[in-house]
Design a protein around this ligand. Structure first.
Ligand code: ADP
Ligand code: MG
Length: 537
């Protein structure tokens, strides 16, 4: 008999983890991700300070920001980070909730694995539970319409709690609701139409909503007016220059007269350009490209306010706010293509100079100008406001909200347990674990607020015998009807969170073989990065 040769089907540098080890390793990594943001959940959640390789500091309470900054390597952990990103893109809030849920689903699945329940059975149970959850969520959701301003403000406040905006939350929520309602066009809400600018200097209370656009450009020449009332604005996507700087032109001049003639010719063209702008009736010019010195001179002479190299996105916002058209050929400029604003003004704030375009009529694009003491504060306030905007927008898009403060999770868990009893088989166990994963949200809310988590959950469950909206108000420590308390969240936060958390948990559970090509040892699968699975109890 010939000696048996080992057969290699994979390149030598591929790291492979098979079966249970792969499963445990992935679950462990995913749980570590969830654990790392657990303490930030809810109004009393703590902040994290992240320092990147360049020494830049971020202080935040925002799940997705933390995870993005952490530069995670492990493949399963990366899948968890993806949950947060999807949640952020789709809803704009609820990232911590979604990731924690996925972590807890995996942790509970591990218990079932320990009891020799096959991953296929677990994933089937989880799928049933996720589907049933969506059904129950719809039953629990409450209608909302754009006229319910107070409720919309409560949604904005719920979104912002815990993000350091406590002292100004009334003001911020007012701004958020006004802004979203203003840019909404028949239920279509594109948050890109709300521009957020930050200004370092004065306090948060100075934060303002501007019915128009603020951008960080100054007028091109000091000889131009500081402000223009009843501004008629030309929006130009063309250079007020003779030759574009990208093109190299060579001219040979043989006499002084020729040079003089050439300069005069240039001046004439630029003067004509300004003349066309004036003819159209414009007293403000926002130009996406450059403005030549000579053109600046003539513009100033006409008392026209002008900015150059305005970014494309600002130009588009200006068009929506002032209802002007962006023109790329000066010959096409007529008075009806001009935008309008009550006031265009150069304003110096702190170290920066801005152009304010305010008093636009029914603007479809707006600016929120955040004022704050330091960059770190400004950044965190921007995240808070974005969460508020995201929540109000998604509440209005779908027209449905749910009770926060753990209310919806506890009720879901209760109804999922009832549902599981109607099923036979071992999937039932998985559905029960799914239910208790949901309860981890109120448990953590309580824990982060220094309340006893077990007592709180017991109290909540008892309250849900006859109050489906009962939640734990972290500020009072009382179990109360969250809707009445004004702790309200858009339905979409929860449906999206449950969806992506369960999908990723199921995906990770189905993996029993990890092949990592060994480009570098930092592939994340190596035991240096991960504690050995055996260490885990
Ligand atoms: P996420 O990233 O998931 O949005 P947050 O830190 O914003 O995490 O916390 C959201 C959770 O805090 C939600 O479950 C919400 O219902 C809850 N919450 C908000 N305000 C209160 C409050 N006053 N009392 C209790 N829970 C609250
Ligand atoms: Mg939030």
């Amino acid at each position: 008999m010939a000696e048996k040769q080992p057969i290699f089907i994979l390149p030598e540098n591929v790291q492979r983890i098979i079966g249970k080890d792969a499963q445990r390793n992935n679950i462990m990594a995913a749980r570590l991700v969830a654990d790392s943001i657990k303490t930030t959940l809810g109004p009393k959640g703590m902040d994290k300070m992240l320092v990147d390789s360049l020494g830049d500091i971020t202080v935040t309470n925002d799940g997705v920001t933390i995870l993005e900054e952490m530069e995670i390597e492990h493949p399963a952990a990366k899948m968890m980070v993806e949950i947060a990103k999807t949640q952020e893109d789709e809803v704009g809030d609820g990232t911590t909730t979604a990731v924690m849920l996925a972590g807890k689903l995996l942790e509970n699945a591990e218990k079932l694995l320990d009891n020799k329940i096959h991953p296929t059975v677990i994933t089937k149970g989880y799928r049933l539970a996720a589907e049933k959850s969506q059904e129950i969520l719809k039953e629990l959701a409450v209608d909302i319409n754009p006229e319910q301003e107070e409720v919309l403000k409560q949604i904005a406040m719920t979104a912002m709690t815990g993000k350091g905006a406590e002292t100004v939350k009334e003001k911020f929520s007012d701004i958020i609701v006004k802004a979203v309602k203003q840019i909404a066009e028949n239920n279509k809400i594109d948050l890109d139409n709300i521009k957020i600018e930050k200004n370092k200097g004065s306090g948060l209370a100075e934060t303002e909503l501007i019915e128009g656009i603020v951008f960080d450009k100054e007028k091109v020449s000091v000889d131009m007016p500081d402000k223009v009332e009843n501004a008629k604005i030309a929006l130009l996507d063309l250079a007020l220059e003779i030759k574009s700087p990208e093109v190299d032109t060579k001219i040979s001049i043989s006499s002084p007269e020729q040079l003089q003639g050439f300069i005069e010719q240039e001046e004439k063209i630029l003067k004509e350009m300004v003349e066309k702008i004036k003819q159209a009736g414009a007293n403000v010019v926002f130009c996406q490209k450059g403005i030549d010195d000579v053109a600046q001179y003539y513009l100033s002479k006409e008392g026209i306010y002008a900015c150059r190299r305005v970014s494309k996105s600002d130009m588009e916002k200006l068009a929506r706010a002032t209802q002007g058209k962006i023109i790329s050929n000066l010959n096409e400029l007529t008075s009806d293509q001009l935008g309008f604003a009550k006031m265009v003004e150069e304003v110096k704030k702190g170290e920066d100079t801005y152009t304010y375009v305010r008093g636009c009529e029914n603007p479809k694009s707006l600016t929120i100008l955040i004022h704050g003491g330091t960059e770190h504060v400004l950044d965190e306030m921007e995240r808070a406001i974005k969460d508020g905007l995201g929540d109000v927008a998604s509440a209005l898009r779908e027209g449905k909200v749910v009770a926060g403060a753990g209310a919806v999770e506890v009720e879901l868990a209760r109804r999922l347990r009832e549902y599981s009893k109607t099923l036979g088989g071992r999937e039932q166990l998985a559905i029960e674990e799914f239910a208790s994963a949901l309860e981890f949200i109120p448990i953590t809310l309580a824990e982060n607020a220094g309340l006893d988590p077990i007592d709180t959950l017991t109290e909540l469950k008892a309250a849900h015998e006859n109050e489906k909206y009962a939640g734990i108000n972290i500020f009072t420590g009382k179990v109360e009807n969250s809707l009445k308390e004004g702790i309200i969240e858009p339905l979409r936060i929860k449906s999206q969170a449950i969806n992506s958390a369960s999908e990723v948990a199921m995906m990770i559970l189905r993996i029993d073989d990890v092949l990592a090509s060994g480009k570098s040892s930092s592939g994340g699968m190596s035991s240096q990065n991960m504690p050995p699975t055996a260490d885990y109890d």
